[in-house]
Design a protein around this ligand. Structure first.
Ligand SMILES: Cc1cc2nc3c(=O)[nH]c(=O)nc-3n(C[C@H](O)[C@H](O)[C@H](O)COP(=O)(O)O)c2cc1C
Length: 147
């Protein structure tokens, strides 16, 4: 029997700012591997933190999460959710990215995130992603120095 549908959602802190090229490379590699593994989800990066949802067969999700958790490009992983799901919340694999020092792009980032989660029905997942996008904007206003 095929593995049950499973999802993992986590938030982490970037170990160093990602350049555009590095973010694009991460995204490209993740998209390719996730497609091969039948994994859908969303990765957001606001310049300092990541939030990512991975969904697919349980074995595939756990395998990719194990690799991601070992990746030195981020640390301080906190799990938002890890469990069985009845249906996929993301139709495909996506990523949205915003520079920490790009104030004007903050509203665009939120709009992009809202579009990316338009099909998500699970309230907890919606709240996690929208909250992430909003908090990133708030912190940016209070603290312009990237950490
Ligand atoms: C924030 C973040 C998210 C990532 N997301 C994925 C992903 O969704 N799928 C994936 O295959 N790799 C992802 N990676 C890359 C993996 O950590 C890892 O580098 C890659 O899977 C290759 O693993 P390997 O070097 O053990 O073969 C992500 C890395 C980071 C830092």
């Amino acid at each position: 029997m095929a593995d049950a549908l499973h999802h993992i959602v986590y938030i982490s802190r970037a170990s160093a700012p990602l350049s555009d090229a590095a973010a694009a490379a991460l995204c490209r590699a993740a998209a390719e591997r996730n497609r091969d593994a039948g994994i859908t989800g969303l990765l957001l990066h606001d310049g300092t933190r990541f939030i990512q949802a991975l969904e697919g067969a349980e074995g595939a999700v756990r395998a990719v999460m194990e690799r991601i958790a070992r990746d030195p490009r981020h640390h301080a992983i906190g799990y938002v959710s890890d469990g069985a799901v009845g249906a996929r919340q993301f139709g495909e694999w996506g990523m949205a990215y915003r520079h920490v020092d790009d104030v004007l792009a903050a509203a665009d980032f939120l709009a992009t995130v809202k579009r990316s989660v338009a099909e998500v029905e699970e309230p907890r997942l919606l709240a996690a992603f929208i909250g992430f996008a909003v908090i990133g904007r708030g912190e940016r206003r209070r603290d312009p120095v990237p950490r």
